[in-house]
Design a protein around this ligand. Structure first.
Ligand code: IMP
Length: 445
């Protein structure tokens, strides 16, 4: 099966992207597809430690990854952190230690970090906290990891990059300049102690990471020229994209599939299929509109059964119904070719399963996701279609046709509403708990 899929997916980069507000299960999917497709490398191209990708390192034992691509758990997979990321070097080092504690090798033979990636440091985090505090009740509900400010510092050309950490004089001079501007413009108080701690911490981290610093774009271009295949692991989700998401309640990066090229420094023709990951229900953490949020028994059922709690921040996630309008839009904007539907098993036990098919705004029923994000605050009513649930455990199913008929119908209906083949279905947290949908299915659907 692996070789067949490898031929089918082609010899380029397949992108794994979230179709909602993150937490769709992308990390685990990357682990599974790395194995199934036999990929040579996995890259992250955007975001930073705001991600919390929970992956299974051995049956029943999971680990949370924040920067490292989930392919790190497979020893034969090379893992790359692209220039488009924002990296907190101290958090990354802690993460590397956690992974090593699971007897997984992490060294320069397995990991490359692009020297151009932006560094998250004390000032980025101070600004994140200050901006959220100043916004009061209108705050975004960020992960407070310094993400937005690090991207803003980049755009303002007030950022540190990984290269700056590799030389003591270069780091001191750059920090002096950035702190001087921060004191003047942002009017923050920065003590000498903080300054010393930041400098020493960053310099030490730079020394530890130095062996892994390299030109990720060049490595990927060369590998692709030599016929290697890779996965690009998205973080956050389409609806959190800084430009196209539910602005202003979004993250700081471009999360869309097409941003892989600029996030790595490779031509866009290196990009091939796009696998859109969507949960069998939807969750959101942080503030902002969530039209299909279920503030009822079903929502609570999903929260408990799905263990919907943030892996980085520990925040409880709101739960709701699949939103066909948002999903169809996310598929279109990313050019999704295949869907990976995760956590179908969590729906087991529900009598009926709602799926949103229209919003009423200004007295008019709309079937397409609004263009102006502010319209999401004007929704008067959401129309749901109610599909039949199933009572039997599906976590042991490995063939689509072994699923209860109601589960098959749910998948068929989602596929019809979203308009792209559902190629993979997750039925449990274990690495083997998935269904690779046969070609026969696509013909029937
Ligand atoms: P930031 O990325 O920390 O700036 O947070 C901005 C928004 O994105 C907040 O609503 C966060 O809750 C959300 N967010 C950021 N990263 C993730 C993630 O990995 N999963 C889910 N939500 C996220």
């Amino acid at each position: 099966m692996g070789e067949k899929l490898r031929q089918w997916f082609g010899g380029l980069i397949t992108t794994i992207i979230g179709l909602s507000w993150g937490d769709e299960g992308k990390g685990e999917i990357v682990c599974r597809l790395s194995k199934l497709l036999g990929v040579d490398f996995v890259v992250r191209w955007q975001g930073g430690p705001n991600a919390g990708h929970t992956v299974e390192v051995e049956p029943g034992k999971t680990i949370v990854l924040q920067h490292l691509p989930s392919g790190i758990i497979h020893p034969e997979v090379r893992c790359l952190l692209g220039a488009g990321m924002v990296i907190d070097p101290l958090t990354l080092l802690e993460e590397i230690q956690r992974v090593r504690a699971c007897n997984i090798t992490v060294d320069s033979s397995r990991l490359m970090i692009d020297g151009r990636a932006t560094v998250i440091w004390g000032l980025s985090k101070r600004l994140d906290a200050a901006l959220e505090e100043a916004a009061g009740t209108a705050c975004i509900g960020t992960t407070k990891r310094g993400i937005g400010p690090a991207y803003a510092q980049t755009a303002l050309r007030q950022n540190l990059i990984i290269f700056d950490l590799l030389d003591a004089n270069r780091l001191r001079a750059r920090l002096d300049r950035l702190i001087e501007v921060a004191l003047e413009i942002f009017r923050l108080e920065i003590t000498d102690r903080e300054d010393k701690e930041w400098y020493e911490g960053l310099l030490a981290a730079g020394q530890e990471l130095a062996a892994c610093v390299g030109d990720v774009g060049q490595e990927v271009r060369t590998r692709i020229k030599n016929g290697d295949v890779g996965l690009a692991e998205g973080a956050q989700g389409t609806l959190l994209d800084v430009k196209f998401g539910t602005v202003p309640f979004v993250t700081g990066s471009y999360t869309l599939a097409q941003s892989v090229a600029t996030g790595l420094g490779v031509p866009s023709r290196c990009l091939d299929r796009v696998v859109g990951v969507i949960k069998a229900y939807v969750t959101r953490v942080g503030n902002g509109p969530f039209p299909t949020k279920l503030d009822n028994e079903i929502g609570r059922f999903l929260q408990i059964e799905g263990a919907e709690k943030g892996s980085v921040t520990g925040r409880i996630r709101d739960c709701g119904a699949v939103d066909a309008l948002a999903a169809r839009w996310a598929v279109a904007v990313n050019g999704v070719t295949d869907i990976y539907l995760t956590k179908l098993d969590i729906l087991t036990g529900l009598a009926t399963i709602p799926v949103a098919i229209a919003y009423k705004i200004g007295g008019i029923w709309l079937k397409d996701f609004p263009y102006d994000p502010a319209d999401l605050n004007l929704i008067e009513e959401v129309e749901y279609e109610y599909l039949s649930g199933w009572p039997t455990d599906i976590s042991g199913c490995r063939d689509f046709w072994d699923l209860p008929i109601q589960a098959q119908q749910y998948v068929f209906r989602l596929q019809e509403l979203i308009g792209v083949p559902i190629t993979f279905i997750g039925v449990g947290p274990g690495q083997d708990q998935q269904i690779v949908v046969s070609e026969e299915f696509s013909r029937v659907a």
